[in-house]
Design a protein. Structure first.
Lengths: 132, 132, 132
């Protein structure tokens, strides 16, 4: 089973994935940072960064040349176990960078942690699927 | 928090966004109109229309030259407060218009109202993000 | 109403649609097959196949030349009636086939069955919407 655990937690984690997507689509750095646990780790093909300060710098690097972004997210798995969870998130990113539209289909392998009753990302590992 | 309020209402509003997307993707005007409250307002860059009669005419104008449409919706926020709610919905529209495929990434800023136990759109404000 | 029946069943069927999409996006045949009831029927414009053995052969045919696939799913309707359900699922498929990217917007008309407490597809009927 790809989706396991209490219904309310599965719904909250789905909404966290969408809150992250909403922040990226509106280029809202504060909302995006708030999706991550304080010591969260983000791994991409380029780098691995840890903690809000490093995440913030990585965001700045990525979005410097970005005119606009659409970030669609669909959960592929959400498995809740108490106050931690694992999951997968498929994303469709359409970005206009210095006037040129680029498109990516990619996947996040995710770990979540609940802190003060609220779910956040403890780790996201990005894997490119199809780049255009 | 981007998603707040009772779980059953958040689920129902998500499904309303999808019912609207389903209607657009199947070019089903009756189902689309039924998603709107009777005196709902739809604001786009072109116009602001209010009420089912005006919405119906706008649909007719938009879909006259439309051969096919795919309308994907993803909630970015749903905030329920009693019998009203606010939200955001990111959409990916792929339309074949007189044989030519056009693509849009856009955002709706939404207001919802519950009437007779059922959620509908009270207001949708459309903002283009990326047009191809 | 496009979405009817118990909330937990609507959520489980949404997750089944996503489990199928996750399997296709990761080219995971075992997970994909497991989404289908044993005697399920899959109807496409090319053929109608029934049962896991025939589904397995059809998967092999489809994925022989596939380098990568992104399969996004959005429910358009989920109507639960006891241990059976009907629904619609809109899909965005982006495939890299022998190095070339092809894109499809399509729709599934679905029937579901609950067996041993778990929902699976009893029938999926595929209709192409927009092909690029």
């Amino acid at each position: 089973m790809q989706f396991t655990g209490p219904a309310e937690d599965r719904a909250a984690i789905r909404e966290l994935m969408e809150t992250y997507a909403d922040a990226a689509s509106r280029i809202d750095k504060a909302q995006w940072l708030d999706c991550w646990a304080p010591d969260a780790t983000w791994t991409t093909s380029h780098a691995e960064v840890r903690g809000h300060e490093a995440l913030s710098r990585t965001w700045d690097d990525l979005f410097t040349r970005m005119d606009a972004m659409m970030f669609f997210a669909m959960p592929g798995a959400i498995q809740v176990d108490g106050d931690t969870a694992k999951g997968r998130c498929h994303v469709r990113e359409i970005a206009r960078i210095e006037g040129k539209v680029m498109k990516f289909a990619a996947r996040y392998d995710d770990e979540f942690i609940r802190h003060d009753g609220r779910w956040r990302f403890a780790r996201r590992t990005y894997a490119m699927n199809i780049a255009e």
